[in-house]
Design a protein around this ligand. Sequence first.
Ligand code: SAM
Length: 330
Amino acid sequence: MIDPFNRPISYLRVSVTDRCDLRCVYCMAEDMTFLPKAEVLSLEELDRLCGTFIGLGVEKIRLTGGEPLVRKNVIQLFRSLGARLGEGGLKELTVTTNGSQLTKLADDLHGAGVRRINVSLDTLDPAAFTAITRWGKLDATLDGIFAAKAAGLAVKINAVALKGVNEHEYDRMLAWCGEHGFDLTLIETMPMGDIGGDRTDQYLPLSRVRARLMEHWTLEETDYRTGGPARYFTVRETGRRIGFITPLTHNFCESCNRVRLTCTGTLYMCLGQDDAADLRRPLRDPAIGEEGLRAAILDAITRKPKGHDFVIGRREDGPAVARHMSVTGG
Ligand code: SAM
């Protein structure tokens, strides 16, 4: 699949549920309304749809959410997708999680063929963790992270940079990641979904964070890429990597190789734009069949936009993108 700007599309992110066991303040409102179950694709439907994407050239699939690991029996989907690794055309199967279920599921994920995972962790301070997630417990996530490590999964920690909330912690987090053998990625907040607050209060440009980190750490430029938007540096003192995802201060769209599928079968060609294609109808309509489904996907790819235009400002008219990150998956 090649889009109109000559970018090969080889990476599919799938939000397998919009539900989550946490309510991170920058991600969701406290009283979120979740989708009725009937609108959500079954695990078998998600598997079939992923199979069609693999047939069209997708080599990497990341399951996300909501919290992907709270979806009932989700490990079945990991197993069926894992069976497509290698000869089946898939090169990597991975997941982004808040870590809360990893003590239960880390071994199963490894058994299904997952080798690298991203775990979201914005702070190492128990009180700040509970404040950010509204009710989460830091220990549950830390236990999950160490269970993943013990299961043989490479762990990358993702932290959203939040002004006045965790901005004094990055040195400590970098040291902690170094100590345990994890890479770290810092992410700027993106204006997605109504969160019942003002995002300009949370926005912290990573250019400033990087400059501050460089007072204590030697960050060496690398050309390491994971096919994602992060720009990576090697931290000389720890030997681990630090990545910066800067959708607002730096446009990462030129090399975008991804599309995003929601748990209702809606395909978003860009995280920061509203245009989407409904794949649930062709998926469920027997009259349309596999060829029709492939055609619907290929048609959507022809509409992939050049880039997003997130702007954080004091907008009266709400966020830049109306849907929450939990709909399309972060
Ligand atoms: N529940 C899983 C998790 O916690 O990683 C997967 C879904 S979560 C939406 C994926 C990532 O998106 C998390 O790292 C989260 O911090 C990030 N995220 C959510 N809303 C965001 C926003 N408005 N700006 C930047 N990152 C956001």
